[in-house]
Design a protein around this ligand. Structure first.
Ligand SMILES: Nc1ncnc2c1ncn2[C@@H]1O[C@H](COP(=O)(O)OP(=O)(O)OP(=O)(O)O)[C@@H](O)[C@H]1O
Ligand SMILES: [Mg+2]
Length: 255
């Protein structure tokens, strides 16, 4: 997809920015962002023990769910650095220009404070508040946007479309849908996955070929201070982890 002129990305910068966007809360932005960062971080350790991690997870929201999660993971087991900007502008841009940084995975909050007066062809409906400005900075920096969507949970479908049509496509931001929290395992749920994929195809939305399956382990991970790379060695944990390894590999192929 060609970049629009207003998104003249600084090609000299080394860091690639992968951001999760989805208007609706609860589709899996934070879960997916933390675990993609963990897998990428594991694959890109610091060059020396004292060097900063080349992979950074970034949160921009005021409540800082990423921060809460990351704080629970013992420092020596966290394979990425993290920053939470709390809406402070310019921090992400600075980070993206840091030559030591290779990947920035951004977890964004859902957005509800849509400008009700926004024209349908306005560049975006985010409005003018500080949260909107923080989102615009992320959009400006993003090399690949990922939009999580949950099969059967139709409440996540229209907001995904809205996110894509109102935020991403008008800016020419490359994006993929991530089918998340898929309850795999039966013929019926296999049909749910196919339906979700067809939903994407009908709209011309490419999706990551690897869906993220639903596992209790993922839901318990924030409380336990874990990311996929710390899951215990069990068959279920291996499958839960496999999804994120494949997703991260797919993302690397796109940036
Ligand atoms: N693949 C999955 N398997 C099991 N549980 C999941 C999975 N993905 C997300 N969840 C659970 O669904 C809930 C919502 O996920 P998450 O917090 O990542 O969504 P979010 O998009 O970041 O929401 P918000 O916009 O409110 O920040 C969490 O309880 C999370 O543990
Ligand atoms: Mg979140």
């Amino acid at each position: 997809m060609p970049l629009t002129p207003q998104r003249a990305i600084n090609t000299a910068r080394r860091a690639k920015v992968i951001s999760f966007f989805q208007q609706k809360g609860g589709a899996g932005k934070s879960t997916d962002a933390v675990n993609v960062a963990a897998v990428m971080g594991e694959n890109n350790p610091p060059p020396t023990p004292d060097a900063p991690c080349p992979v950074v997870a970034a949160g921009i929201d005021l409540q800082g769910s990423l921060e809460k999660w990351a704080r629970k993971v013992p420092e020596d087991r966290l394979p990425f650095d993290y920053v939470v900007t709390h809406g402070k502008l310019g921090e992400l841009t600075k980070l993206a220009e840091d030559p030591d940084v290779l990947r920035i995975i951004v977890d964004t909050p859902g957005f509800a404070d849509i400008d009700p007066d926004a024209e349908i062809d306005a560049i975006d409906p985010l409005g003018n508040g500080p949260a909107a400005e923080a989102m615009r900075e992320v959009l400006e920096l993003t090399d690949l946007a990922l939009v999580p969507i949950v099969p059967v949970e139709t409440l996540t479908h229209d907001p995904a479309e809205y996110t894509i049509e109102r935020l991403l496509r008008p800016r020419g931001i490359p994006f993929r849908v991530v089918i998340n929290n898929w309850d795999s395992g039966t013929d019926r749920t296999k049909a749910d996955l196919r339906e979700m994929q067809e939903w994407c195809t009908k709209r011309g939305y490419q999706y990551m070929s690897q869906p993220i399956r639903r596992y209790k382990l993922h839901a318990q991970a924030p409380e336990r201070g874990m990311t996929v790379i710390q899951y215990p060695e069990s068959g279920t944990a291996l499958r839960a982890r496999e999804d994120f390894y494949k997703l991260a590999l797919g993302v690397e192929g796109l940036i």
